[in-house]
Design a protein around this ligand. Structure first.
Ligand SMILES: *[C@@H]1O[C@H](CO)[C@@H](O)[C@H](O)[C@H]1NC(C)=O
Ligand SMILES: *[C@@H]1O[C@H](CO)[C@@H](O)[C@H](O)[C@H]1NC(C)=O
Ligand SMILES: *[C@@H]1O[C@H](CO)[C@@H](O)[C@H](O)[C@H]1NC(C)=O
Ligand SMILES: *[C@@H]1O[C@H](CO)[C@@H](O)[C@H](O)[C@H]1NC(C)=O
Ligand SMILES: *[C@@H]1O[C@H](CO)[C@@H](O)[C@H](O)[C@H]1NC(C)=O
Ligand SMILES: *[C@@H]1O[C@H](CO)[C@@H](O)[C@H](O)[C@H]1NC(C)=O
Ligand SMILES: *[C@@H]1O[C@H](CO)[C@@H](O)[C@H](O)[C@H]1NC(C)=O
Ligand SMILES: *[C@@H]1O[C@H](CO)[C@@H](O)[C@H](O)[C@H]1NC(C)=O
Length: 474
C-alpha cells in the first residue's frame, strides 16, 4: 500500500514538469530581497484539496520536500541543510511558503515552488535577492589621500566624491577596490588624491547601496591650524555641512602624550557630558542649528596645545573636523612691561630705603642711649611679615626710638597707592614690645632675589607679588 503511494508520488515529482502548464499559479513570479544572516520567507500558495506534495528547488537543486504529510530531507542539497522550514500547520490551508534561515550570498537565485494535489500541479517562481546593509563607512585622511571604506557589503555599492568648495569632477580622481571574502561579501575602498591647493577643503564620500535605499555620507575637513596666545578664550569651529536631526556630537583632544574626550552631546536628550568641566563649553542655542563649535575659556600652552577632533554623527552620516591648535606662551604686553619696570624701580627704592634704615637704626639707638634688643622670636630680627595686601612690619623692641633726621620714602608705594609717604617720624612713637606697625599701602613688588636686606616672594599666580622685606638688624 505504502509502496504504491510512494510510486505515485515519485511519478508526480518527475512528471511535474510535464504538467506545469496546467495551472500557472497565483504568483507567476515573485521577487524577494533578504538581508544576509537574517531569516527569509519565500512565498508560495496553492489551492488546498486533500493531500499535497511540495517540492522547493533552486534551479535544479532540491531545497526542501514535503509528502506523506511530513518533511522529507532525503534529496536535500547540503547547502540548505538545517536551514529550511515549511509552515506545516498552514499547509492544509494552502500555504507552501519556505522559511530559509541565516541567508547567505550564495542563496540568491531563482527558486521554484512545485505543488501537486489531486486537482493538479502548480509551479511558482521566486527570485531571491540578497543584500548586506552598509553598516558603517570609515574615512581616513593623510596629506595626499583621502580613503573611504566599508566592509561586508553586498552587492557592491556606488561610491561618489564631492568637495566643499566644489571641485571639477575630473579633479576628483578616484580608484575603487573591491575585495570579496569567503562569504561573498565585499569590502569596498575608494581613494581620492588630494590636490595640494585643496588641503583645507571638506571632502565628502557617499556610499549608495545598489538598490538606492541606503546612502551613507562621511565628510571630513582638516581645518587650518589655529595659533593663539594663552589666556584668551578660543572658539574652535565645527559646523555640520547639512542640517542634522537626531545627532550626537563629541569633541576629543589628542596631543603627543594623551588622548582625551572633552565632551559629548546628544541632541535627543539635549544632554552635554563634559569632562573638561570649567575649561570647555558648547553654545546650546547654536548646537540646535548644527554648530558644535567648542569654546575654550582659558587655554594653556602646555595643557591645551594639540589636535581637536569634532565628530558629528547622525543617521547614516558622519562629519569630522580636525583642528590643530597651538597655544603659545603669552608674550609680555607693553602695559605689563611698564608695570614691571615700575616694580623694578620700586624694588630698587625699597632696597635703598631698607639699607638706609639698617644704617640709621643703630645710630638712633645710640642717640637715645637705649639698647635695642632684637627679639629672637622672629629669626633674631625685626620681621617684616607679608600679608596678602598689606605689608606689616613687626619690629620687636623694648623701647621706642626717635629718628628725626631719617626720611623713609616708599616711592613705589606712592605710585601704586597714592598714600602719604612714611617717614622715620614713626620712630618717635614709643612702641611697646610686640606691637605691629602696619604699612597700610598695598605693596606691589617685583621678584627680587639676593638684595641685601631685602627679599621678595616670587610673583604669585596672577602676576602680582608683594615685597617681603626682612630687616637684618646687626
Ligand atoms: C521581479 O523582478 C524582475 C526583474 O528583476 C521584474 O521584471 C519583475 O517584474 C519583478 N516581478 C515582480 C512581481 O515585481
Ligand atoms: C504562510 O504562513 C506564514 C507563517 O504564518 C506567513 O508568514 C506567510 O505569509 C504565509 N504565506 C502565504 C503565501 O500565505
Ligand atoms: C570615479 O570618478 C569617475 C569620474 O569622475 C566617476 O564616473 C566614477 O563614478 C567614480 N568612481 C567612484 C567609485 O566614485
Ligand atoms: C588647484 O591646482 C590645480 C592643479 O594642481 C589647478 O588646476 C586648479 O585650478 C587649482 N585650483 C584652485 C582653486 O586654485
Ligand atoms: C583654506 O581655506 C580658507 C577659507 O576657508 C582660505 O582662505 C585659505 O586660503 C585656504 N588655505 C589653503 C592652503 O588652501
Ligand atoms: C529622531 O528621534 C526621535 C525619537 O528618538 C524619533 O521619533 C524621530 O523620528 C527621529 N527623527 C529622525 C529624523 O530620525
Ligand atoms: C606653535 O607656535 C610657535 C610660535 O608661532 C612655534 O614656535 C611652535 O613651533 C608652534 N608649535 C607647533 C607644535 O606647531
Ligand atoms: C586685597 O584687597 C582687595 C581690595 O581691598 C580685596 O578685594 C581682596 O579680597 C584682598 N585680598 C586678600 C587676599 O585679602
Amino acid at each position: 500500500m505504502a509502496e504504491t503511494h510512494s510510486i505515485t508520488i515519485m511519478l508526480l515529482i518527475f512528471s511535474g514538469k510535464l504538467f506545469m502548464a496546467d495551472s500557472k499559479g497565483f504568483f507567476p513570479e515573485a521577487n524577494v530581497t533578504c538581508i544576509i544572516h537574517d531569516d527569509c520567507i519565500l512565498p508560495c500558495s496553492f489551492r488546498p484539496t486533500g493531500t499535497v506534495v511540495i517540492h522547493w528547488y533552486k534551479q535544479q537543486i532540491p531545497v526542501h520536500s514535503y509528502y506523506y504529510n511530513k518533511d522529507q530531507f532525503g534529496l536535500q542539497n547540503k547547502h540548505f541543510s538545517g536551514r529550511t522550514y515549511l509552515f506545516n500547520s498552514h499547509i492544509p490551508h494552502g500555504n507552501a511558503s519556505l522559511l530559509l534561515r541565516r541567508v547567505k550570498v550564495q542563496d540568491k537565485g531563482r527558486y521554484k515552488c512545485y505543488t501537486s494535489t489531486r486537482k493538479g500541479n502548480q509551479e511558482i517562481f521566486v527570485n531571491l535577492e540578497v543584500k548586506a546593509l552598509i553598516q558603517s563607512v570609515i574615512m581616513e585622511m593623510s596629506d595626499e589621500m583621502v580613503t573611504c571604506s566599508s566592509q561586508n557589503v553586498y552587492p557592491v555599492p556606488q561610491v561618489t566624491w564631492a568637495t566643499d568648495p566644489p571641485s571639477a569632477q575630473d579633479a576628483l580622481e578616484n580608484a575603487t577596490i573591491k575585495i570579496t571574502d569567503h562569504k561573498g561579501l565585499f569590502t569596498v575602498e575608494s581613494t581620492l588624491r588630494i590636490l595640494s591647493n585643496h588641503s583645507n577643503y571638506t571632502f565628502f564620500c557617499s556610499f549608495i547601496s545598489a538598490d538606492k535605499t541606503q546612502v551613507w555620507t562621511v565628510s571630513r575637513k582638516n581645518q587650518e591650524s589655529i595659533t593663539q596666545e594663552e589666556g584668551h578664550a578660543l572658539s574652535i569651529p565645527c559646523i555640520a555641512p547639512q542640517s542634522l536631526q537626531n545627532f550626537s556630537l563629541s569633541w576629543t583632544f589628542t596631543s603627543s602624550s594623551e588622548f582625551t574626550v572633552i565632551l559629548r552631546y546628544d541632541s535627543r536628550t539635549r544632554h552635554t557630558f563634559i569632562l573638561w568641566e570649567g575649561q570647555a563649553e558648547l553654545d546650546q542655542d547654536l548646537l540646535l542649528l548644527g554648530d558644535g563649535s567648542l569654546l575654550l575659556h582659558k587655554p594653556d600652552s602646555e595643557e591645551h596645545s594639540g589636535t581637536y577632533t569634532c565628530t558629528l554623527s547622525g543617521l547614516q552620516s558622519r562629519h569630522i573636523v580636525l583642528t590643530k591648535v597651538n597655544i603659545t606662551v603669552a608674550s609680555i604686553s607693553v602695559d605689563e612691561q611698564s608695570v614691571q619696570r615700575s616694580w623694578w624701580s620700586t624694588a630698587a627704592s625699597a632696597a635703598f630705603v631698607l639699607f638706609t634704615i639698617m644704617l640709621a637704626l643703630p645710630q638712633c639707638v645710640r642717640q637715645r642711649g637705649t639698647a635695642m634688643e632684637a627679639s629672637h622670636r622672629y629669626n633674631g630680627a625685626g620681621l617684616v611679615h607679608k600679608d596678602q595686601n598689606t605689608t606689616a612690619l613687626y619690629i620687636n623692641r623694648q623701647h621706642g626710638v626717635e629718628c628725626n633726621t631719617l626720611q623713609l620714602q616708599f616711592e613705589a608705594q606712592d605710585e601704586l597707592s597714592g598714600s602719604v609717604p612714611k617717614t622715620a617720624e614713626d620712630c618717635t612713637v614709643d612702641v611697646p614690645a610686640g606691637t605691629k606697625i602696619e604699612e597700610e599701602e598695598k605693596t606691589v613688588g617685583p621678584p627680587v632675589e639676593g638684595n641685601d636686606g631685602l627679599q621678595s616672594s616670587s610673583l604669585d599666580k596672577d602676576g602680582f607679588g608683594n615685597i617681603e622685606p626682612r630687616l637684618h638688624i646687626p
